[in-house]
Design a protein around this ligand. Structure first.
Ligand SMILES: Nc1ncnc2c1ncn2[C@@H]1O[C@H](COP(=O)(O)OP(=O)(O)OP(=O)(O)O)[C@@H](O)[C@H]1O
Length: 321
């Protein structure tokens, strides 16, 4: 049994312009499906506004889904009321993008780490021991140097280590990490991602890693799900997708990676120009068609492509296949 199954998930936000105008929807997540076995990491990739954060928050049931199903450990939790979600809250955690605003500035590191344990009724002595161990695990050592500090006394990287320690201190089974390194200095990103990978594999945590930067996914991802304008356009094992990206959008994301070879620096790349489309009024047919270099006129702008399995576990939604 997979740890997490997400089927045709939809999260639409109603928007109303005036009293008499009809309600329209921002279709932030529009038909996303994937499966995660225990200990697997799924990277969710896409440009800003493609619905990645909404997907992560919906799966954590921080946003009410509009449709589809979320099944965790075989239990359908899609619309379970908050009062009955305690066990799910205790099994899950989130690592946030912004380590500057996600930690309470008035609390010490010790309290920030203790708080989730207090909520779970862990006695004080055990709490202290777990906090010290958590600081050691995220390499904030010696722990005594950090216990009494406040977030503003730490660097960005140190704060994100506290954020990771806080998310993992309760040993969650499933974690959503939303752009955890995008606000950090480039020089420390790899270190933080490697730390996350080592803790994730040590504790067999199942994880969704959200990023707009496909290059950072290599540190963590077993699988990859590429989102464009609320839709999943490609999904499969990380190695297969990177080696042979099928969707023109995935190909563009991979080509847009900085090339370490200076000889290739001035090579013209196939990055499709333009902006991600509006989610209130998305393009007809394939949502990517206005930017696609391989558009099939008369088809792509009219009919929406369905996901098809090209190789075992490797799916793409594109009329080229
Ligand atoms: N509560 C809300 N009400 C209305 N629209 C929303 C709400 N939350 C998100 N949206 C819209 O949903 C779309 C997807 O947003 P989301 O934050 O999920 O994208 P993202 O891919 O995570 O982008 P980013 O990387 O910029 O966070 C955006 O158009 C956003 O404006």
């Amino acid at each position: 049994m997979p740890l997490l199954e997400v089927k045709d998930l939809r999260t639409w936000f109603p928007v109303k312009r005036g009293i008499f105008s009809p309600v329209r929807y921002v279709k932030a997540v529009d038909g996303v499906s994937f499966t995660l076995e225990k200990g697997e990491v799924l990277a969710v990739i896409g440009e800003s506004g493609s619905g990645k954060t909404t997907l992560g928050r919906t799966v954590l049931r921080l946003i009410e889904p509009t449709g589809g199903k979320i099944i965790f450990e075989g239990r359908d939790i899609t619309h379970v009321p908050e009062g009955m979600l305690r066990w799910y809250r205790f099994s899950t955690a989130m690592i946030f993008q912004d380590p500057f605003s996600s930690l309470n500035p008035y609390h010490t590191v010790q309290y920030i780490l203790e708080e989730p344990l207090i909520l779970r009724g862990v006695p004080p002595k055990e709490r202290y021991e777990q906090v010290v161990r958590a600081l050691e695990e995220v390499r904030l050592t010696p722990p005594d140097d950090f216990l009494k500090k406040y977030p503003h006394m730490l660097s960005g990287g140190q704060r994100q280590r506290v954020g990771i320690a806080r998310a993992l201190i309760t040993r969650p089974k499933f974690v959503v990490a939303d752009e955890p390194v995008s606000m950090l200095d480039v020089s420390i990103r790899a270190e933080i991602l490697s730390l996350m990978r080592s803790l994730q594999s040590k504790y067999g945590i199942t994880m969704i890693y959200i990023t707009h930067d496909i290059a950072t996914a290599k540190y963590l991802a077993d699988k990859i799900l590429v989102m464009y304008a609320g839709k999943m356009v490609e999904y499969g094992p990380f190695k297969d997708v990177i080696k042979e990206p099928l969707h023109p959008y995935t190909q563009a994301l991979i080509e847009a990676l900085p090339d370490p070879d200076p000889a290739n620096r001035f090579k013209i790349r196939k990055v499709p120009p333009g902006e991600p489309p509006s989610l209130i009024n998305p393009p007809s047919g394939c949502r990517f068609h206005p930017r696609c270099p391989y558009i099939i006129k008369g088809k792509c702008e009219k009919e929406e492509p369905k996901l098809v399995e090209i190789k075992p576990g490797h799916l793409v939604a594109c009329w080229l296949y």
